[in-house]
Design a protein. Structure first.
Length: 96
């Protein structure tokens, strides 16, 4: 989330094209990431998304991000994340 004084930003952007380019690039990147995540959540099941997330965020085979953070990031309920993690453990994909 960004918060800035719009009048001050306008002034900076008019004075320096690099500032304008930086903000435009930053916002475009944020929108692309958000768009990708939204399409990912619409096209793939939580099982696939969670498996991918765990692989991306593990360090030396250890994954330790709080389930509440994961559920918020993936826009699903905490219980749904727990259910899928339990299923992964039962299948031998993850161990506690």
């Amino acid at each position: 989330c960004l918060e800035f004084d719009i009048n001050e930003l306008r002034k900076l952007c008019k004075e320096d094209a690099k500032v304008s380019f930086y903000f435009a690039s930053y916002i475009a990147d944020k929108l692309l990431v958000r768009s990708y995540r939204m399409s990912e959540s619409l096209n793939y099941s939580l099982d696939i998304r969670l498996a991918s997330f765990v692989l991306q965020h593990q360090q030396k085979g250890i994954y330790n991000i709080p389930h509440t953070d994961v559920s918020e990031y993936m826009n699903v309920s905490y219980r749904h994340v727990l259910y899928v993690i339990k299923k992964f453990c039962e299948l031998g994909i993850l161990t506690k």
